[in-house]
Design a protein around this ligand. Structure first.
Ligand code: FE2
Length: 202
């Protein structure tokens, strides 16, 4: 299914080429500061493969692999299927690498899902959602982790998954994003069909 289509009753997979990793069923909810559902929010999701590479960095992955665009429904909900993300080292062949080396810091980022949430009349959320059990949570090379962006992955064994083709252990993750009144914005799209192996996407 092309990016831009979603309905949590028909959970889209964002795995668009064979990608090893435990299945993940994600359910997100978007609410306002009073807890009311926010419908029609535009949500971009992207994450790295277990090899530690985004699809634009990896010729083995299909275009848009592990990336998707969704819209929250009347209950503020959006949902998708993917694989559980892993952490990865950021590129060390530039000034950031020199800086980390000088500081005697490792280059690893904890596993995370990126989310960009856009709704006119609300401050745009550009955020990352971290895995509760990642050993790099407290030493993230990017200093991006805060407690309220840590999501708890639930492992399911011998339980039917939402999709019947899943027979191995799988994970679910639920998370609620709170949007505040304010100015909505979107970044100038950097996404291109052209593969750019020099991308420093982190
Ligand atoms: Fe990232």
């Amino acid at each position: 299914m092309a990016p831009g289509q979603s309905d949590h009753e028909q959970r889209e997979s964002i795995v668009r080429s064979p990608t090893e990793g435990p299945p993940l069923f994600f359910t997100g909810r978007i609410v306002d500061t009073e807890g009311n559902a926010v419908a029609g929010a535009e949500v971009d999701i992207w994450h790295a493969s277990p090899a530690g590479l985004y699809e634009n960095q990896d010729p083995e992955q299909a275009e848009w692999n592990l990336r998707g665009k969704f819209f929250s429904d009347e209950e503020g909900v959006f949902a998708f299927r993917s694989i559980r993300p892993s952490g990865y080292p950021i590129p060390m062949d530039g000034p950031v690498g020199d800086l980390l080396t000088a500081l005697k810091r490792h280059p690893f980022r904890p596993a995370h899902l990126h989310a960009l949430i856009f709704k006119p009349g609300c401050k745009t959320i550009a955020s990352q959602l971290y895995s509760h059990d990642d050993p790099m949570l407290e030493t993230d090379a990017q200093f991006g982790v805060v407690q309220n962006l840590v999501g708890t992955y639930v492992r399911h064994e011998n339980e039917p998954a939402p999709d019947p083709d899943v027979t191995e252990p799988w994970y679910s993750l639920e998370f609620t994003f709170v949007v505040e009144p304010g100015e909505a914005w979107l970044p100038t799209p950097p996404v291109s069909a052209k593969r750019d192996t020099t991308s420093d996407s982190v």
